[in-house]
Design a protein around this ligand. Sequence first.
Ligand code: CTP
Ligand code: MG
Length: 383
Amino acid sequence: MKIGAVIVAAGRGERAGGGVPKQYRRLGGFFVLTRTLLRLLHREVFDSIIVVVNPADADHIAAVEAELDIKLETIPGGATRTASVRAGLDRARDLGLDAVMIHDAARPFLGDALIDRLVKGLDEHPAVIPALPVADALFRGEDETMGDPVSRDGLYAAQTPQAFHLAPLLNAYARLGDTALPDDAAVIRAAGGEVALVAGEAENFKLTTQADFIRAERQIMSETITVTGQGYDVHRLETADSMWLCGIEIKAGLGLVGHSDADAGLHALTDAVLGAAGAGDIGQHFPPSDPQWKGAASDAFLLHAIKLLKEAGGELVHADITLIAERPKIGPHRDAMRARVAELTGLPEARVNIKATTTEKLGFTGRGEGLAAQAIVTARLTS
Ligand code: CTP
Ligand code: MG
């Protein structure tokens, strides 16, 4: 059975506010949509993943693609969730899929076990959805006054992903006409079909309001551990037109000697990131003996280390760099360095610190023979 995933991500997120549609807000360092897609990509049960988007969000979508380092299959959605799903299903039909799981981009916490339950359910049922029994006592109410209680016996809340054999779902959508319904199970029911239930997951809640984002941050914190990584690097100083340090060029009559651009600041930072990722050191990944790194800009080393950290389930949250040298004077360049490191790491500037010190004319840095750099990074790893 060829199963596809249809991720509906074309909504405006009006109830959540926040300036950008909620699926493009950052949550624990990643875009919400990135998190949702990572959950699906890593399961490897889907033949294809179709992402239904609003074309007005092109820049956001490009940013998600950059974060995931993949090209997404996107198609334009519609004015209602129902219309967006319909667009996704047309694509699913063109791709010749046998079944689809339709999932809200705004639910980034779906678990592997839930996907497995749904895949299994599709063996026996044409439609299967996750449901959670309602826990609170229920009643009707109006104008701050309680009306009649409603029994919660047999009442459930529906979640996504909702899984369907494609042909009957397409039929049900064809019969629906212009009506918009809250979810796809409701479309099957409107056409008189049966929908099987599997257990949902409390963690798989939908980001709807700002309060849900706060709950989500807490949930992520409880699923992660904080780690640090440390890095140290030294390069020899010589007379030259300029040097590269912390990603910027400093023209002060001094240069740093090395195989690459000899940016000791970025090298220390790269080693610190590799440390947090548990990925060895810069020399293992970029051997000085390899001619391709001759004169290379150190940006590439740092970006590679950050990629390894992400692949290890990690996210950088803070970086602190100390530069140790009598010359050049760092003060005038500090803001530019901070901005450049923030740009390269994707960290906000407030979470990047650059500081400098001398060694009171003592040792090799004191004599001006070399420049040393230290870096410490903090990262969160999925535990
Ligand atoms: N959705 C969609 N197309 C629409 C409306 C909603 O693809 N025209 C998607 C949303 O992006 C979301 C999911 O359907 O992933 C569930 O909808 P909801 O939580 O209501 O999201 P929004 O419609 O974006 O939020 P709001 O209703 O607060 O504006
Ligand atoms: Mg909505």
